[in-house]
Design a protein around this ligand. Sequence first.
Ligand code: NAI
Length: 470
Amino acid sequence: TDRITSICCIGAGYVGGPTCAVIAAKCPEIRITVVDRDPDRISAWNSDSLPVYEPGLDALVKRQRNTNLTFSTDIDRAIDQAQLIFIAVNTPPMPHTHGSSSMGAKPDLSAVSECARRIARVSLTDKIVVAKSTVPCGACATIAGMLRDNGQKGVGFSVLSNPEFLSEGTAVRDLLHPDRVLIGGDDRVAQDKLKAVYMHWVPEPRILTMNTWSSELAKLASNAMLAQRVSSINSISAVCEAVGADIAEVARGCGSDERIGQKFLRPSLGFGGSCFHKDIASLIWLSESLGLPEVAEYWHQVLALNRFQIKRFVARILADTSREGGLSGLGGRRVACLGFAFKEGTGDTRNTPAADVCCELLRNGAKLSIYDPRVPRHHIVDKLAMSAASNCDIDSVSVCSDAYSAIAGSDIVVVLTAWSEFRQIDWEQALKLMSQPAYVFDGQVVLDHGRLEQLGFNVFSIGRAHVTTQ
Ligand code: NAI
């Protein structure tokens, strides 16, 4: 009864799938069942093409599936058989209440609550319930209350907070070599049991036990601080463009200070993905509800700066390209959009800045040819069609299967995701495929701008003073 040998994970998404694959690989004596209410997701995990793209994940899942890792829709059975249950379901922000000007948003915990009620109803033996989903402070206490109120007589529950710090695109590496694992709770025995699972591959000093509130808040604060770094370097990128500075040099100049560090100082179109927006909004909401409007306002600026970056990128495209030929806006111009995922290394498009840029370009009359190496065509179309509620013209969009077909016949190339393969494009060839004069707007600072200028492109890159004049 001491060691955990049976785990259930509810939620087979970006977090649940990779996390359990790694636990299964590192803990051969533990049987793990990942369950989800979405049967399509489960059959995809059981198929040849997994629902989540992560480097290294395919091999890992395919190996463990034959041994101690199972994907199933039978949630009740998996709960019943497990000693420890991870809750890794989604916790999206609640829609904004009408008329509220706050950027804060309470996360929607209905999926987490549903899991808690189900665990209470189904469990006939004691369970350790682990909140892996990012939840606002106090959520673990709420889960514990629900389990207590709805559980079978004589069945005991321990609730732990164990937030996940993996990044999409490097999930497997992050899970194999975490900087730290947090285990929040007030039941020492349960904490030690979860710790023993991680100790199969994580050095003990990296496993930090703490109280539940600290663990929940550390997750929100970590994401808020990472997002803040993105907004900080992006704010400086705008200053660079206005003077003669080059953001790459400034970032090197700052980052060489050990106290600052080089990581996460790349200027861009801003952060995206499912977590940063949601978790900052959650922190803002928490601060407001605790009567701390100054704190809320502080974090609000990180979100505001993120939107500013997209706005000024599009404004730059309009300003630079409508000088020619007397065309107003982008009417009739074809723009090749390279990249659509919210960052390189993933096919995820949740909150991708690329979609915002595309919508703005469409609204200004452009026609778009979009290419992303990992995002399926229908995701791009669906995403833009959804934003089309704000009247962008989805008929002006074509999705291409390689960079050259997107570039062919375009006037303007914009780089929207920092995929390294865009550096390998033969730009001399690309120039021949484009209308002249040809423009490149590098929203991710990934291309060799000097070389592009030599070839005859008009180049603009975030964070560099505008050098080319036609
Ligand atoms: P996801 O949307 O990819 O996966 C969640 C899964 O839970 C879905 O497949 C959904 O069908 C399932 N689900 C929802 N309600 C359910 C229920 N009542 N019963 C059974 N299954 C249910 O979400 P993702 O990205 O894996 O995120 C999960 C949590 O982890 C969120 O709280 C997120 O904030 C957090 N997180 C996400 C990270 C990321 O990079 N995506 C990183 C760290 C934390």
